[in-house]
Design a protein around this ligand. Sequence first.
Ligand SMILES: Cc1cc2nc3c(=O)[nH]c(=O)nc-3n(C[C@H](O)[C@H](O)[C@H](O)COP(=O)(O)OP(=O)(O)OC[C@H]3O[C@@H](n4cnc5c(N)ncnc54)[C@H](O)[C@@H]3O)c2cc1C
Length: 489
Amino acid sequence: MRVIVVGSGIAGIAAAIRMAVKGHQVSVFESNSFPGGKLSSFSQDGYRFDMGPSLFTMPMYVDRLFELAGKNPAEHFKYNRLEVICRYFWEDKTELTAFDDIEKFKSNVAQNLQIDPVVISDMLADSKRKYELTGRTFLEQSLHKLGTWWDKDVLKALLTLYKLDIFKTMHTVNTRILKHPKLVQFYNRFATYNGSDPYRTSGLLTIIPYLEQGFGAYIPKGGMNSITDSLVELATSLGVEFHFNQRVDEITIADKKAFGVRIAENHYPAELVICNMDVFFAYDRLLPGQKQPKRILKQEKSSSALIFYWGIKKVFPQLDLHNIFFSDNYKTEFKHIAEGRVYHDPTVYVNITSKYVPEDAPEGCENWFTMINVPYNQGQDWDAIISKARKDVLGKLSRILEVDIAALIETEEILDPRTIESKTHSHLGALYGTASNHRMAAFLRHPNFSSGIRGLYFCGGSVHPGGGIPLCLLSAEITDHLIQNDYTS
Ligand SMILES: Cc1cc2nc3c(=O)[nH]c(=O)nc-3n(C[C@H](O)[C@H](O)[C@H](O)COP(=O)(O)OP(=O)(O)OC[C@H]3O[C@@H](n4cnc5c(N)ncnc54)[C@H](O)[C@@H]3O)c2cc1C
């Protein structure tokens, strides 16, 4: 069959690979001049910066694509497991180091927070238990097909729902287990991995720590962008054709069946269309005459980000690849985000790939990806917000690191919710599509298929199972399985 993929985000590329492996003829149309969407990079004044994602977990989902194509992943995509996942800093000089080795992490916590290591064991056991009960059910299958619910494992997961803290908040669960406010803050931060608010999102999301502390965190050789590069290379080797600078204007439908896409005056026919565009814009711009799933499209959006990409003229030995400088009042920070505002003392995340990829910065310098969580775009005065936040962030980093950071900045670029939207067509600049703050969020995302239009499927961060690289790769896998079922039965 002829398959068209709209968009070359990570899920679009993965879907294209899966379709090519099945022997279909695949074309990907991408409006940018480059692939990867949020997972791309740029260079400036001798520095290379990953544009969006910096934390890489669950690399096996990338490996799986090479294996499906009959290739040895290690020959095409190389990555290392991090010994230090992240360093954490507070203004009162408290520090924590999240070692990959859990015993080392427990000793670090015991030493710095005087906490019994058994508390960490309890936390991770709880996280692992929840993941094992629900991971396959909620993340690896369509929740919108009746067949899913007749699976033995799914029924078992449903029977244990009451043990999953779904109706409590993540903060409540973390407080119950961890007690110490700094450790609660440490584990509350995992809510931001899908753009959620720990004070509102479901306690079920306490599975996220296990994904990082159980399965590890990784750095691809060459930085995050090499995930995109290696998968585009794989897709191309399988015959997938990429067409850049080609914005799809319409998914063409006749008799409730997709039959291709239109770009300006040209029609490209296909039997299957897989849409990797943000589902909100897909309905709004590509499917305007079709029935709109209004309830789904009206859902709250995930948070967005404000990023300062800084080339810094100094090396900071006390920092690692991932570094968090915590806000003193986490609850207020999230309250501000929920109200569409930015707190004056935000948690600052500094990612420095040049720690592991020295070519990413000139000698004696570092490439800082400096990010704070901000609300999605609601028409705020972003220029004023950026100028104030820049001062607040620089002040905080300078105080904690005891050096004037502003004086070390050699080059700068800025990304905000408006530019995230314009560069990747993500509705309102949300990083992860729909927010996961609603307790039933897992069930409320758009399915990976269209219930009214045959031959139309969806993958990517705005649909089931959600945003972030691992889940986007799973969305392509679910789509692949749905197509397999729909076209062989
Ligand atoms: C700042 C930031 C930090 C992040 N941090 C992390 C992290 O640390 N770890 C993690 O796992 N995830 C992270 N994420 C989230 C992750 O990047 C996304 O969930 C994921 O990359 C989204 O992939 P996607 O497949 O949904 O496509 P997207 O990346 O959203 O790309 C969609 C593509 O479709 C193209 N397109 C849209 N409409 C059309 C059209 N009409 N015609 C043709 N092409 C079109 C766009 O140009 C774009 O290239 C982060 C995101 C951002 C922005």
